[in-house]
Design a protein around this ligand. Structure first.
Ligand code: FAD
Ligand code: UDP
Length: 396
């Protein structure tokens, strides 16, 4: 019998951070992942010397010093600052909405002029809402227009958001857009957080560091093993892996299971399936050192089918290094509705899905010796830093 304290299902940031902290406390973990590589959605593939974010561009950002110090203790982070640019019908605008954007949009050059323009447009939106009897924004369109006005909403928000979510802005919850900062200074830094960056050498270094010395097995789906897992009277689990070559046909015992897969799948979809949005990546290797001059360009008009183009080298190569690497890799991102067999990326936080998720979470809360954590198991739109923070809290 091989004995472990934890069976960790999923080697993404939640599972890997959990394994690291458990190991530090002298616990023994077995990590399994159904993919052919470790790291979940932060896994990168090296192509032409460039770390390509295979599951979507990832920028680490946080204001929590403990989280920042923790990840930097595993791998040092670089000084990358996210400053996406929006392309609307061939004209470029800086993001997030700041004095540069207001100048590009209206030609205003001072904060007072910009504020006057925004106030004028906000007033129109508020009056329209009130005329319809609403006191609070009822959807994303109203939220955006009362936050920043019609011009920016129509050129930089509407098309992008409707492509990303596949739903009309009038049918989306207001909170999605609250994530976008509005600034009255010339500052293109997308995040308000104190710390941000990309691991030097790529995200795989972070995952490798977290999983160093931990037994990991790829290509194993928890749901293929589950029929061979029994819960013992003391709450621990026994796995008879006699039909699993990768696990060496042995007998295993686990004190607890840490589950980071889909919560609805864990319960055999008994209440129904949770919805996700997914992204299709169209990747190209281009025979020139610099394709678009920025890591992220958003295409905010409805007519361009993709939402954004990522040029991966700009996350880690700055100055001359961009040109020392002769080729570049780009990914065009197409946002689509998720179907079985696709990667579940963004939880859809509408009423139906939130209520369904709540029912599954209620079942999970009653479970003994199973910890549910991360984006899929909690069905929450977590960034990376909160995922690390949640694991730190568990260990406290
Ligand atoms: P995941 O990374 O999804 O890991 C779950 C793992 O579990 C996967 O490896 C999966 O294969 C495995 N698994 C699932 N089911 C099973 C099973 N049945 N058996 C075995 N293994 C299983 N955050 C930021 O902070 N900044 C960003 O810029 C950012 N950009 C993002 C862009 C996209 C497109 C997406 C989707 C997310 C982004 N995030 C970003 C969020 C970030 O990816 C997550 O917060 C983080 O990766 C969550 O880690 P996790 O371990 O919960 O999930
Ligand atoms: N958004 C937008 N225009 C942009 C970028 C973002 O309207 O150019 C909106 C969109 O609704 C998106 C939300 O802002 O869903 C949050 O975007 P962000 O890039 O912060 O989040 P992510 O998609 O990376 O989770």
């Amino acid at each position: 019998m091989k004995k472990y304290d934890y069976l960790i299902v999923g080697s993404g940031l939640f599972g890997a951070t959990f394994a690291y902290m458990a190991k530090k406390q002298g616990k023994k973990c077995l990590v399994i992942d159904k993919r052919t590589q470790l790291g979940g959605n932060i896994y990168c593939e090296n192509i032409e010397g460039i770390n390509v974010h295979k599951y979507g561009a990832h920028i680490f950002h946080t204001s929590n010093k403990n989280v920042w110090d923790f990840v930097n203790s595993i791998v040092e982070f670089n000084r990358y600052t996210n400053s996406p640019v929006a392309n609307y019908k061939g004209k470029l605008y800086n993001l997030p909405f700041n004095m540069n954007t207001f100048y590009q949009m209206w030609g205003v050059t001072t904060p007072d002029e910009a504020q006057a323009k925004i106030d004028e447009q906000k007033a129109e939106a508020v009056a329209k809402m009130k005329a319809e009897g609403a006191t609070e924004p009822r959807n994303l369109e109203e939220q955006a227009q009362t936050l920043i006005g019609k011009d920016i909403y129509e050129k930089l928000i509407k098309g992008y958001t409707e492509k990303q979510w596949g739903r009309k802005c009038t049918e989306l919850p207001a909170f999605i857009i609250k994530r976008l900062p509005v600034r009255m200074v010339f500052d293109n830094n997308y995040f308000n957080d104190t710390y941000q960056g990309i691991p030097i050498g790529g995200y795989n270094k972070l995952i490798d560091g977290l999983l160093d010395g931990v037994e990991c097995h790829k290509n194993i789906d928890f749901f293929d093993l589950r029929k061979d897992i029994n819960k013992n009277e003391d709450g621990t689990f026994t796995l008879d892996a006699s039909s699993n070559d990768a696990l060496g046909n042995d007998l295993y015992s686990f004190g607890e299971v840490v589950f980071t897969g889909q919560i609805d799948e864990f319960y055999d979809y008994k209440y129904g399936k949770l919805n996700f949005r997914t992204v299709k990546f169209e990747q190209d290797i281009i025979d020139k050192p610099n394709y678009q001059g920025n890591a992220v360009i958003n295409y905010t008009e409805a007519e361009v089918p993709y939402t954004r183009v990522i040029e991966h080298k700009h996350f880690e190569m700055f100055g001359q290094k961009v040109y020392d690497c002769k080729k570049t890799v780009i990914s065009k991102e197409y946002s689509t509705e998720w179907k079985d067999g696709m990667e579940p990326y963004y939880p859809v936080n509408d009423k139906i899905n939130n209520e369904l998720a709540e029912k599954y979470r209620a079942l999970a809360a009653k479970e003994s010796n199973v910890i549910f954590g991360g984006r899929l198991a909690e069905y929450k739109y977590y960034d990376m830093a909160p995922v690390v923070e949640n694991v730190m809290k568990l260990f406290k």
